[in-house]
Design a protein. Sequence first.
Length: 431
Amino acid sequence: MKEFNLGIIGLGNIGLEVYRNIKKNASDIKKKTGFKLNILKVSAKNIRKKREIKIPKKLIEKNISKIINDPKIDIIVELIGGSDGVAKKIIFDSIKKNKHVVTANKALIAKHGDALSILAEKYGVNLLFEAAVGGGIPIIRSMKQGLIANKLTHIYGILNGTTNFILTEMEKRNESFVNVLKDAQKLGYAESNPSSDVDGFDAADKISILSSIGFGTKIINKGFVIEGIRNIDLDDIRFAKSLNYTVKLLAIAERKGNKVKQRVHPCLIPDNLDVANIDNVINAIVVDGHPIGRTIYEGPGAGKGPTSSAVISDITSIMLGNDEYSFGLAPSAKKKLNLFNFDNHISKYYIRFLTKDVTGVLSKITSVLAKYKISVANLYQEPSKLGSANIMLVTHQTKELSIQKVMRKLLTQKKLFKKIVMIRVRDYKKL
């Protein structure tokens, strides 16, 4: 019987869960693959740390290089994280030592995936990263294999469970962003420094990976719109609800001829849209293609259970020889496509003005909108309280560039406005 030997580098929550489930399910893995899977070595930053699982001393190796250079080890599992530093060295060195690599490191793949896939092809090994996007949702394998006969044109969805949890709880509990974020941190959904999640960078790494796979392009990992949810208040969620909209942080990628229209930002989406009712830490990804049409993938997007499931799925895929190319096609076949100029994006826009209790505010808003030929579909003004009031509006279809000019002009009016929030409206007819 063919055996595969594994080296696991990183013994945090995910690493321990991978170790636990491989040991627990060793018999099933053997039955389903026909191969025996052995964990030969493990390593961690602090090997003396007390862990909930007792790992035999003979498996623990402090020197990572010894694991990478061990000729008996076939597959390296990198679960340290970070786009550079130790994690980068581990993956590059492992491939050069003819080791297959499995990782959950979305930041590293988004930054170095093209170079790594070229290296993996050169050395005849696999580089797999199903766990980097969507947690337990097999979205990468679905796009690479299940949709191989399709030309994909549009990928979008909720790719960050932390922000989805925060927005869901803000609405359900009528709580502020700051309070819900603290709860998310206590529950382990958000890091002590939550910037990667709440400022949109985590979702940006994920959509960069998916658009590369979906459109056969080199990775586009910078230059596109990335906005998070820090600026969203309860007033925005309440007002959206009154118009039959829900606020969600979406990651979106579209193929527009020889351009890729890629972005991450909050959206007002109609309550009847497919992802509007995806709540808490759940992820949902929508893929449009021809001839299949639309497919929707939903499931837990983070946590040790879903992530370890995806990691082990990649390991067994290597054992079965199911994957050849990291991004679904030969690196030499990937095209270099440019970003769509987002100034030309056309949408409806929601804008909320938290105004000071002074005269001339509404006339100032309407005059600036008129200057840039922006018409208003809906406008609401709430009664003044505690020296301020909300003016909220939704525009008709207009260009991003025009809205940005309006925002720049009005944001300088400190005597009139305490805060201005702009959220793009996702019109289901335009999807």
